[in-house]
Each structure stands twice: as C-alpha cells, then as structure tokens.
Design a protein around this ligand. Structure first.
Ligand code: AMP
Length: 390
C-alpha cells in the first residue's frame, strides 16, 4: 500500500537531515494564528531528534513575490521553539552563505529553520540549482509536507535528485488514510463535496463516480448543477463555462450524485444580508443561494450516519458569514458523530470541524487540501513519486 521508504528505514544518528515540512500556516500580524500544521510535523521531528539527527527545516509560507518580510518564517521558528525540547535557530535565507554557515554549525539534537523557500523564484520552477544548494546543506532528505505533495518544487521534488529521500511520518499517515479510503473503502463510501467551484472538482467527481456509493454536493458548486438542470438561479455564483460538463456529470451519475433539496437564499452577498429558506426551485432575481437548507442537512446526515467511510472536502455554504454557516457546521457535526471512517481535507472544512469542538471524533484531518483533492482525482503526487521506493 505505502511503497516508499520512510524515516523508519534509515539510520539518522549524527546525520544532518533536511526536512521539508509544511509550515504554510496562517499568520495574524506576524503571529501564528493556527498551529495545526506545526503540531502535525512534531512526530517526525521528535523521532529524528531522538535518533540523534541535526534538523534543517525548510518550507514555503504564502505566496510571496521575491523576498517579502511579511512572509518570513521567523515567527514560525519562534513558535516551534515553544513546542519542542530542542534549541531552534533561524537562517535568514534557505540557500547561500547564511544557510550554509548556520547548517555547518548545527549539532545533533538542534533544529535550524530556513527562511521561506519561495523567496527564491527557482523554488516553484523546480530549478536544479536551488535544489542542489538546498541539498548541499544536509546528508539526507525527509519529506513530511503532504500539503505540497501535489507540486513539483525544488524543496520537495528537486532535492530528491541530490540526496537519499524518504517520507516523514505525517506524509506516510496522510497517504495511508486517504489511499486506503479510495482504494478499499469500508462501504457505503460517501463523499461530500462543497466549495465555490465545480470546475475545481470535476476530476474528483469523475473519479469518485466509479468508487463512491454516494456523492453529496453543497456549496457554490451546487448552483452550476442547478442551472444545468434548468433552474433559474437568480444572482447565485454560477460557472457558465462548466454548465456542459455539469450536465454530463449529472447524466453519468444518476442517483449517485445528490443535490440540495432546499437552500438558504440571501438578498445580498454580505454577513448581514436578509435571508430565507426555500425548497429548491427557481431563485428570484436579486437573490442568491448561500447555504444548504435544513431538509438537505437532515437528508445528508442520514446518509453520513449509515456510511462506512466519509470523505469531505469543501464547505456547504459561505460559512465565513455566520448566518450562512449553519449547513457546514451541521454537516461537520454529522460527520463527527458518525461511526464511519472519516477523513476531512481542505482548509475551510477543517476550520469548520475545529470550530464544532468535535475534531477528535474525526478519523483523520488532512493537512493538505490540494494534495488530497489530487489523490481523490486518482492522480499521482509528484512529491511522493520523488522518494525512494521501499
Ligand atoms: P473552495 O476554495 O473551492 O473550497 O471554496 C471555498 C469557498 O466557497 C468559501 O470561501 C465559501 O465562502 C465559498 N462558497 C461556498 N458556498 C458558496 C455559495 N453558495 N456561493 C458563493 N460562494 C460559496
């Protein structure tokens, strides 16, 4: 099932280890606002420290254009120091003299966090020179960044050309959970898909039609299906250029694909907008669908309660506005209460489950939205392919 070498296949004593972590965390005024991804990296870091390794951590943060102080990883390094029982140093660049001297000075049991890899253009272009320079800092490479596994960048794929490369414990766990759910799910296998756009999830729906027993649709993407079915959708978010593919998917899916039977509509796209719940039918002009309705929630919750496996990606409505967050939260509760193997991916659905306070009842909360979607599409992950085979 998991056919790549992992940290458990390697002896790290006295080695300098370059670890690609996913420290792409939300910051608020340069303070870590959500530490989920940092905590998720700890098992691998602690394992390697126990083995007597010196750890050189690299990650991207956000989408900087060149060197941008607000995207510095320094606050993340400072935060990490509070979580680990090891000194944590910071290098103001991920390659070049500053990184090299800091890496040389590093002793076993110590951690060095390198500055944002995306401060260099070559990171996203998988430039071999950047990869080579990063690799030159260490003796071995561990990839623990599931969140970027769907990208072929210098710090996850390029470096593997220059160092023995193995998977970290988080990467392994993520791939095992989702891989198992897709390849050999406990049935019924139910997928819940939401979010803004159907175009982002066409590949996922196509692949899941052959694997899942039910696909429950919500969020803005449902609107495009409604319009494809011939409903007037008022001012709802619709992807006109996805109507044809939506029509084809509906036809192919038959009863497997379920759309909301009632919706919450709003007279404006704001948190304070006037709203009402209606059975699904023509939406009047000036109104837009912003959430699924209670009947839909109840129907979906029944399916979830009886599921063997539930995979969820994407909110059921504009959950940033509390008035239109009810559908998403109620489904989060239904998933948490279900005895099914449950896997949640995507920043918004993960935020929703965290806010319900029921996160510990979910089998696995993924740290990678894009990477998990790519797996649900049935596509290989370049970040994984680059690692040594077992
Ligand atoms: P995605 O990035 O595709 O997962 O989509 C997440 C976004 O979809 C969130 O910001 C939601 O506010 C948005 N969204 C969900 N439902 C709707 C809707 N009915 N109309 C407009 N936007 C929506």
């Amino acid at each position: 099932m998991f056919d790549k070498k992992t940290v458990e296949d390697f002896d790290f004593a006295g080695k300098r280890v370059l670890v690609r972590v996913d420290f792409n965390v939300p910051l608020d005024e340069r303070k870590v606002a959500d530490d989920t991804r940092i905590r998720a990296a700890l098992p691998t870091l602690e394992y390697l420290l126990d083995q007597g390794a010196a750890l050189i951590l690299c990650s991207h943060l956000g989408r900087p254009k060149g060197v941008t102080p607000e995207f510095s990883l320094r606050p993340v390094a400072e935060y990490l120091e509070r979580l680990v029982d090891a000194p944590v140093y910071f290098a103001e660049d991920c390659i070049g003299p500053k990184a090299e001297s800091a890496a040389r000075a590093l002793l076993p049991g110590q951690i060095l966090v390198l500055e944002n890899t995306r401060f260099h253009d070559g990171e996203k272009k998988n430039n071999p020179e950047v990869a080579k320079q990063l690799a030159s800092l260490a003796d071995v490479f561990v990839d623990d960044a599931f969140g970027t596994a769907h990208r072929a960048h210098a710090s996850n794929v390029g470096v593997a050309d220059y160092l023995p490369a193995v998977a970290g414990l988080l990467l392994e766990k993520e791939i095992r959970y989702l891989g198992q759910a897709i390849a050999d799910p406990k049935r019924p296998f139910v997928a819940i898909l939401g979010g803004a756009k159907v175009s982002d999830k066409i590949g996922v729906i196509r692949n899941l039609l052959g694997k899942a027993d039910q696909i429950l649709i919500g969020g803005g993407m449902a609107n495009t299906f409604f319009k494809a079915e011939g409903y007037a959708v008022g001012d709802s978010l619709v992807e006109e250029d996805a109507l044809e593919v939506a029509r084809a998917l509906l036809e192919e899916a038959g009863k497997k694909l379920r759309l909301p039977v009632d919706v919450v509509i709003a007279d404006d796209f704001t948190a304070e907008a006037g709203c009402k719940t209606i059975g699904m039918g023509p939406i009047p002009d000036g109104w837009r669908i912003l959430d699924i309705g209670p009947e839909t929630v109840a129907g979906y919750a029944r399916v979830i309660a009886e599921a063997g496996t539930v995979v969820w990606n994407g909110p059921m409505g504009v959950f940033e506005f509390p008035r239109f967050a009810v559908g998403t939260f109620e489904l989060a509760k239904a998933v948490a209460k279900s005895a099914a193997i449950s896997i949640i991916g995507g920043g918004d659905s993960v935020a929703a489950i965290n806010q319900t306070g029921l996160a510990e009842r979910v089998t696995h909360i993924s740290t990678g939205g894009g990477a998990s979607l790519q797996m649900l599409e049935g596509q290989a992950l370049p970040g994984l392919a680059a690692l040594l085979d077992k």
